[in-house]
Design a binder for this molecule. Structure first.
Ligand SMILES: NC(=O)c1ccc[n+]([C@@H]2O[C@H](COP(=O)([O-])OP(=O)(O)OC[C@H]3O[C@@H](n4cnc5c(N)ncnc54)[C@H](O)[C@@H]3O)[C@@H](O)[C@H]2O)c1
Length: 442
């Protein structure tokens, strides 16, 4: 197979407008983190674009630049923030309310910058997230009206903030479970469904459609349906606009996509994986509604099957009991605690167990992923890469891939794919890890 020629990557000149749908815990932690980093007040830990290096050429060449110096990414100083939310709180109030960051150390120091980020009215309908009661919503009931209003917001923001480029990222609540259906097949059916106020067209899809119509890359940090339907996938491909999704890979699934490949690599069997966790933020409250939890559950459950390939290894993975639970427990706020009990089998079928107790901070893990996604999807746009960006699978629980392909969930395969894509973009050799050359020269 020949590698396609590397693209020309346009420089990252001018301002990058980052539009977050939702200005809750993740978005306010993202914005605060970038503003603190810009001022040298904190480190962007967890962000590959800011802290990661990339090896180029042979191991003996000692070439490992920082990723942000190797590919032309937008500088943090050039980011301008915009947002929509169901509540009118600016990023200062939202960050204070979310309780993720220490107020004295990480909110007051950048209060001016946070106060400036005031959300636009949301395109929202309660039936898609019924545990929310905010009233900062567009006074429009038709889907067509909402779509047009989002498009106007995008263009007004672009003009007022003098942005050269825009990127949109869904950091809003998880909507109820919707599968792609007749409405999502093509532009004609989708347009008709919008005019008919079809229930299978959710606000998230309207934001995504508006973004694509305005030439703006779209990333989906939640598990609900957005650009992963034929109509928007095709539109993104036809218009050359990057799309990626879905559902930030942070806590338990991050651990799962490291541990399960290890079991498979060692040909250890698995009989059961029980994951449960407690979470007390607004996200947890929304997920407390069964219709919204179902969306999350679907996203979390697929991972093991895709990694373990039970049809290829029926003796090892043919009968796995996999359970995922999320329990809303307000006292913990954003500080999620997850427990995994993993029943495995070894040589001759002897049982063993692994226990994982992850005391994590949800938004602290998600914010750097959101930053990388907006910077990389802007890079992809400048490199002329439209449609699904599979190389961004690294960031997602349910990576979006071309129809007919199974997603790659193994974190380290995802990282290799991401870095090889960057090498390819910049005309560097792929790293295959074959390594024969070191021995042939001896
Ligand atoms: N933090 C993590 O580790 C993590 C991991 C994976 C996915 N996610 C997903 O990221 C999303 C954000 O998480 P969070 O903790 O910031 O939640 P949050 O509840 O703090 O913030 C979400 C915000 O979105 C707003 N919103 C809801 N519908 C909207 C709409 N139609 N338009 C505009 N705003 C809308 C809500 O008012 C809320 O302020 C959730 O869907 C969550 O499931 C988070």
């Amino acid at each position: 197979m020949t590698t396609p020629p590397s693209p020309q990557v346009a420089p990252a000149n001018g301002r990058l407008g980052v539009l977050t749908v939702g200005l809750g815990a993740v978005a306010s932690t993202l914005i605060a983190g970038v503003e603190l980093t810009k001022r040298g007040l904190a480190l962007p830990i967890g962000s590959l674009t800011q802290m990661g290096t990339i090896r180029l050429g042979k191991r003996t060449e000692d070439r490992s630049p920082l990723i942000k110096e190797f590919v032309p990414l937008a500088a943090l100083e050039d980011i301008v923030w915009g947002a929509w939310d169901v509540y009118p709180d600016d990023a200062y109030v939202s960050a204070s309310r979310a309780g993720v960051l220490e107020s004295g150390k990480h909110i007051e120091a950048i209060s001016d910058a946070l106060r400036e980020v005031r959300p636009m009215q949301a395109a929202f309908e309660r039936k898609y997230a019924r545990n929310l009661d905010g009233e900062h919503v567009k006074p429009i009931s038709s889907k067509r009206g909402m779509l047009n209003a989002i498009r106007e917001d995008i263009n007004r923001f672009r003009e007022e903030k003098q942005c050269d480029r825009l990127v949109m990222i869904w950091c809003a609540s998880t909507e109820i479970f919707i599968e792609p259906g007749p409405a999502h097949m093509n532009i004609e059916s989708f347009e008709k469904a919008i005019d008919a106020n079809d229930e299978t067209v959710s606000p998230c899809q309207l934001y995504a459609y508006a973004a694509l119509l305005e030439g703006v890359p779209f990333n989906n940090g939640a598990p609900n349906l957005a650009v992963d339907a034929p109509v928007l996938r095709q539109l993104a491909t036809d218009k050359g606009i990057p799309i990626s999704g879905k559902d930030f890979k942070t806590g338990q699934t991050l651990m799962k996509t490291v541990l399960a490949p290890m079991l498979k690599a060692r040909m250890l069997g698995l009989s059961g994986w029980y994951s449960t966790n407690i979470l007390g933020n607004r996200d947890g409250e929304v997920l407390d509604a069964p219709e919204n939890f179902k969306t999350k559950e679907e996203s979390k459950l697929g991972v093991l099957e895709d990694i373990l390939q039970p049809s290829k290894y029926p003796d090892l993975y043919g009968d796995v009991f996999h359970k995922v639970q999320i329990n809303y427990y307000p006292p913990r706020g954003d500080n999620k605690e997850g427990w995994d009990n993993i029943d495995i089998t070894g040589w001759l079928g002897y049982p063993m167990q692994i226990k994982v107790n992850f005391l994590c901070r949800d938004s602290i893990l998600a914010a750097p992923l959101a930053l990388d996604l907006v910077l990389f999807s802007d890079l992809a746009q400048r490199a002329g890469l439209g449609g699904i960006q599979e190389w961004l699978s690294f960031y997602y629980k349910s990576p979006q891939v071309a129809p007919g392909l199974y997603p790659e969930h193994d974190l380290f395969i995802q990282l290799t794919k991401l870095k090889n894509t960057l090498r390819w973009m910049m005309g560097e050799d792929q790293i295959t890890h074959l390594g024969r050359e070191y021995y042939e020269e001896m």
